[in-house]
Design a protein around this ligand. Structure first.
Ligand code: FDA
Length: 398
């Protein structure tokens, strides 16, 4: 049996529901297809269950892409304020956390229910759970063979996201469709992800698991440089916390990170200047700035005696300590991979798409939205803002 629609959207996540609801409310006959049994699982688990649904300060500078200008048009036409207006219209309680991050007061379920209601307002038809077997061009339309029969649609929107968290249904579907239609892909890799280190090299830091502190960190150079000031967390296998998740999107395998564990203090200069007046031991002096467990382990790893008085230490030794704390160079071995990554960097090459509509330039009627595209936001609500904005851009065009 074949059912005809004007628009078929595959993937009922953030971008797919947004796109379907906008198209439906424009009067288009829309079907939304998803293979999952539970709706929008990624929204449900996002933001620790409270969904960091946008960032008040989102600008194109908060996104990575091989083609950094691509996201500008969609982001300027559907802003964080627009999404917040929708949230307010549904009387969903929200609050701002640090750095412009907006969260639900109660639950991410409120955002899912809101998007579902918006789809209902647009009379969107659902096929879920429903697997997609194949897609084929048929004249100017697309034939989509699904577990529930064939669908013919004039416009086809691929909103199946990236590869992160395969256990809740992430697949490479969007990349396969892109390849089928001969569209280029920017090699995907895990991003916003904890970094791991070689077992032996990490051994000295294993006892620090659980220690957290604010740091400044950077990697890369010039156009590929990433720099953040956020909290860092030591884990059994490596480093995590917002600072590491952010920098992981910029980190290239084999290259170092430079971490300033004490951004507020020039350690060497301060210790040397204090030599005449401060009678404390070296251990006590650095423990006033660092968590004591970290201070102890750090001195131990450097082979320095924490009980010795700073005043008795050569300047050269204090400089070595200062360098290690203010400019800790460390080369990660890898990442925790897609099972822990919040997003996927790379995806459908934006040079293949229209920045106004998200339609493939060479395949009229075929659209890609959301995380499937090579546009990746920072941690902090930016990725949902991209999902909403790209979904709206396509929803207005299909
Ligand atoms: P999304 O992944 O939301 O949806 C894709 C849909 O396609 C899914 O419903 C899936 O089942 C379906 N699908 C996949 N393959 C299919 C196939 N072959 N056939 C049919 N259907 C298929 N971002 C943010 O801004 N704020 C936050 O708080 C968080 N928090 C967060 C926490 C965690 C743990 C993760 C993993 C991620 C986040 N994110 C986030 C990122 C955010 O969730 C993500 O960027 C968006 O959900 C992407 O939206 P999309 O609609 O593109 O894909």
């Amino acid at each position: 049996m074949t059912t005809e629609f004007e628009v078929a959207v595959i993937g009922a996540g953030a971008a797919g529901m947004m796109c379907a609801s906008v198209a439906g409310q424009r009067g288009r006959k829309v079907v939304l297809i998803d293979h999952a049994t539970r709706l929008a699982e990624k929204i449900r688990i996002s933001g620790g269950g409270r969904c960091n649904f946008t960032n008040r300060d989102a600008t194109p500078q908060n996104f990575l892409s091989q083609n950094p200008h691509f996201c500008k048009s969609a982001l300027s036409r559907y802003t964080p304020q627009d999404f917040l207006s929708l949230v307010k219209r549904y009387r969903i309680g929200w609050h701002e956390k640090h750095k412009g991050q907006l969260f639900c007061d109660e639950s991410a379920e409120d955002i899912i229910a809101m998007l579902k209601a918006e789809c209902d307002l647009g009379n969107v038809q659902w096929r879920m759970p429903c697997g997609v077997k194949s897609i084929a061009r048929e004249g100017e339309r697309f034939r989509i063979a699904t577990d529930g029969g064939d669908i013919l649609a004039q416009s086809l929107v691929i909103a199946t996201g990236g590869l992160s968290i395969p256990k809740i249904g992430a697949t490479d579907f969007a990349y396969r469709v892109a390849k089928q239609f001969d569209l280029k892909i920017v090699a995907p890799r895990p991003a916003l992800v904890p970094l791991t280190f070689d077992g032996n090299a990490w051994q000295p830091f294993v006892p620090l698991a659980g220690v957290a502190l604010p740091v400044e960190l950077e990697t890369g150079q010039k156009k590929t440089r990433g720099w953040f000031r956020e909290d860092l967390l030591f884990t059994h296998r490596g480093l995590s916390g917002p600072a590491i998740l952010q920098i992981s999107s910029y980190w290239q395998p084999g290259t170092p990170l430079t971490i300033n564990l004490l951004p507020e203090v020039d350690v060497a200069e301060t210790l040397i200047a204090d030599k005449g007046s401060v009678k404390k031991s070296l251990g006590n002096q650095i423990a006033q700035w660092l968590p004591s467990r970290l201070a102890d382990e750090w001195l131990h790893t450097l082979g320095m005696d924490g009980a010795a008085r700073t005043a008795d230490m050569p300047d050269k030794t204090l400089r070595r300590l200062g360098e290690s704390l203010n400019r800790w160079h460390i080369v990660p071995a890898g990442t925790e991979g897609y099972k822990k990554a919040e997003v996927t960097l790379g995806g459908v090459d934006t040079r293949e798409l229209s920045q106004q509509t998200m339609m493939a330039n060479r395949v009229p009627g075929l659209y890609f939205v959301g995380e499937a595209i090579d546009v990746t936001g920072w941690l902090g609500g930016y990725n949902f803002q991209w999902a909403w904005a790209s979904g709206v851009a396509a929803g207005q065009a299909v």
